[in-house]
Design a protein around this ligand. Structure first.
Ligand SMILES: Cc1ncc(COP(=O)(O)O)c(C=O)c1O
Length: 401
């Protein structure tokens, strides 16, 4: 394997921004106190820094500081939101609505709950990855306690109409959770205007550190209760016990405020790069199909199937560019992604799908190089009939990112 020289996997993770790194730095060694230590200045300093971080994050979401609960990332936030509501509101109902294209951290929790007596509606999507809002409304019953629908998809970048979903949820008095992991920094996330009750965000998708995230939990109008997943010292209003990850929290706050400050200019630059990539691909490679709506989409994502080309083989030959597959490998077999399957893509298109994630440090040169490498590699693979993977070849396991 070659060292990759171009990084186009920004939906998987992002490098830490220098400004985030600098902000975190003092909290590893100098200001290392535990914010729960109330009897000395080490604790006070840490407490003060966390309070400031919480306030600056809250102002970005138009929420109150005490509605921000720090977690280890979006997997934990999604688990806490869905399982926490299901357990707390079980007396009120046993029905949850989600969507077939959600991240596995949502789908797995819903699966788990369905094995434990809950009824789950998995809304289908159309060929562009969009849900039908009438179908959402019609699915709500007296026993519906939660709607969990992501703001933007991690594989195809398709956005759900969060404001409309929030209005439906309010109207029917159902709690609304949105996984905003991929939407943060790519759209405005005002929880009041959008009618969001619970919202998940992860640090490492927005140029912050790994292992830190948050769950916004509406504190009034409505006041949402959740049964905690993690019990212990009662930190975070008892919603999430454990000593606070102070450097992570400082980094998350810096990453979020940077995204907010750079929006929307950063997104217009990224969209121009995305369009340059698409135009380049369209001009130099035929027989492609774009997965997911181009209109209802975050600007930093493309997911394209290159007909007749096995994406696995393509990515292995292009290991100087960091990209992601559109399908998942389990041991020796490749399984089509549940997202592309939900779009009713043809079998071949699912296995030839590649995800392109563009970000803060992508240059025009990166895009042009990628187009050139794609064009020459795809011509080679298409010319060579026999490029398919040998059955005995060991494939790396791919997780949902
Ligand atoms: C949409 C979405 N939700 C949840 C997650 C999980 O986030 P984390 O890595 O912070 O646990 C990811 C990333 O893998 C994601 O893309």
């Amino acid at each position: 394997m070659k060292e990759a020289r171009v990084y186009l996997d920004y939906q998987a993770t992002t490098p830490v921004d220098n400004r985030v790194y600098e902000a975190m730095h003092p909290f590893f060694k100098d200001n290392f106190g535990n914010p729960s230590s109330t009897f000395h200045s080490f604790g006070w300093k840490a407490q003060e820094a966390v309070t400031d971080a919480r306030s600056s994050i809250a102002s970005v979401f138009n929420s109150k500081p005490d509605e921000i609960i720090f977690t280890s990332g979006s997997t934990e936030s999604n688990n806490t939101a869905i399982r926490g509501v299901a357990e707390k509101y079980r007396d009120r109902g046993d029905h949850i609505i989600t969507c077939a294209t959600e991240h596995t951290s949502v789908l797995s929790v819903c699966n788990h709950l369905s094995n434990n007596g809950f009824r789950i509606t998995y809304l289908p999507v159309d060929k562009d990855g969009l849900i039908d809002l009438n179908r959402l409304s019609d699915s709500i019953t007296e026993s519906t306690i939660l709607i969990s629908l992501m703001a933007a998809n991690n594989e195809i970048g398709v956005t759900h109409p969060v404001k409309e979903i929030g209005a439906i949820a309010r109207d029917k008095n159902v709690i609304f959770h949105t996984d905003a992991t991929q939407a943060m920094g790519r759209m405005k996330l005002d929880v009041q205007k959008l009618g969001i009750d619970l919202l998940s965000v992860s640090g490492h998708k927005i140029y912050g550190p790994k292992g830190i995230g948050l769950l916004y939990v509406s504190g009034d109008n409505p006041e949402i209760q959740i049964e905690p997943l993690i019990l212990g010292g009662g930190q975070e209003k008892n919603f999430r016990s454990g000593t606070l990850n102070v450097p992570g929290i400082i980094g998350l706050a810096k990453a979020i405020t940077l995204c907010e400050g750079l929006y929307p200019e950063e997104m217009s630059v990224i969209k121009r790069l995305r369009d340059r990539l698409l135009t380049g691909i369209r001009e130099s490679i035929d027989d492609i199909s774009i997965n997911g709506s181009l209109v209802h989409r975050i600007p930093n994502n493309l997911n394209i199937s290159f007909r007749g080309v096995e994406a696995q083989a393509l990515l292995m030959m292009m290991d100087d560019i960091a990209l992601s597959l559109g399908s998942a490998c389990h041991g020796k077999t490749i399984e089509p992604s549940h997202v592309l399957r939900a779009l009713h893509k043809q079998e071949g298109d699912m296995f030839s799908a590649v995800r392109f994630g563009i970000g803060r440090y992508t240059s025009e040169g990166d895009i042009d190089y990628t187009v050139q490498r794609l064009s020459e590699t795809i011509s080679m693979l298409r010319a060579k009939k026999n490029h398919t993977r040998k059955p005995e070849q060991k494939l790396p396991k791919r997780y949902s990112t």
